[in-house]
Design a protein around this ligand. Structure first.
Ligand code: G3H
Ligand code: ZN
Length: 282
């Protein structure tokens, strides 16, 4: 059944575990997340990024309807979340579409502008009871952006600044830059565990790890034990999905019916979802 993000996050926090949030691009992605969550017997978050909405011609209504239908009919508890929202118009549309949670991404802006934009989004979201995540520091590797050097000042999240940011904006959760990067196809990221511990002590709201596809299993477990409450996974799903398509088409070069290769692709993705959920315990 469809379940509010805030409910899953609060529950995970109480149990000292985390909720995994999986990026949905196509209907098959949503179905694979539901299947993986059912296999693992765990809840999960279906998250749709602003880029995924753009891919579907900007139609938030279409992607939301399909994803929500999957969440409603699954036996797993699944939340719907809008991810990396930069456009003010998309935030308005999300609030009107009844999203329970949104990540507003003003991390490209300087500190003062990030605070201003995020505080405004939080005010608008909270008027409607919407849970808002925001980012301070910069998790690199986002679509259309140059790579970031994780050691440049302002890239990693500073604990004192994070505490001030959460107080000034009123956000419900904070995405932090602690060594992970988006869109990694190898799981080689090394997290700064000292920084995670310092952030957890400094910040009263749940911490969110973006770019978890590139983080090894043991590092994810350690990060969750140290207080990461939302673990965002996208690229690893696409690696599984596209790998299965590639394998199927190589073995069956005359196939034309997409269902032939989408079935193994969806199954491979569900396996990856179940794997990540298995890391979190709970
Ligand atoms: O917001 C989405 C995530 O941060 C996913 O990152 O594709 O590198 O796993 P990833
Ligand atoms: Zn992200």
């Amino acid at each position: 059944p469809q379940t509010p993000t805030a409910e899953l996050i609060d529950e995970a926090r109480e149990k000292h575990t985390a909720v995994a949030a999986f990026n949905v691009i196509t209907l098959e992605h949503a179905e694979a997340v539901a299947a993986g969550a059912e296999q693992a017997g765990a809840p999960a978050i279906l998250q749709i990024s602003e880029n995924a909405v753009k891919f579907h011609g900007g139609s938030l209504a279409a992607v939301t309807a399909a994803t929500a239908a999957v969440a409603r009919t699954s036996s797993a508890r699944l939340a719907l979340h809008l991810d990396h929202v930069v456009s003010a118009d998309l935030l308005t549309a999300a609030l009107e579409a009844g999203y329970g949670s949104v990540m507003v991404d003003a991390s490209k802006l300087g500190y003062a502008d990030n605070v201003r934009a995020t505080a405004d989004a939080v005010r608008r979201g909270h008027e409607r009871g919407v849970w808002i995540e925001a980012e301070l520091g910069r998790v690199g590797g986002k679509e259309g952006e140059p790579a970031l050097d994780a050691h440049t000042p302002g890239v990693r999240t500073d604990p004192a600044e994070a505490a001030a940011y959460v107080a000034a904006t009123g956000v419900d959760a904070l995405a932090v830059a602690v060594g992970s990067s988006h869109a990694m196809t190898e799981r080689t990221a090394a997290l700064d565990h000292e920084l995670i511990a310092a952030l957890r002590d400094a910040v009263p709201v749940p911490l969110v790890l973006h770019g978890s596809s590139g983080v090894p299993d043991a590092e994810i477990r350690r990060a969750v034990a140290a207080g990461m409450v939302k673990i965002n996974v996208g690229t690893a799903l696409n690696t599984a999905f596209t790998g299965a398509v590639r394998e199927y088409l190589a073995a069956h070069p005359t196939t034309v019916d997409p269902r032939k290769y989408l079935v193994p692709a969806r199954e491979a993705m569900a396996g990856t979802v179940a794997h990540f959920l298995g890391l979190l315990g709970g």
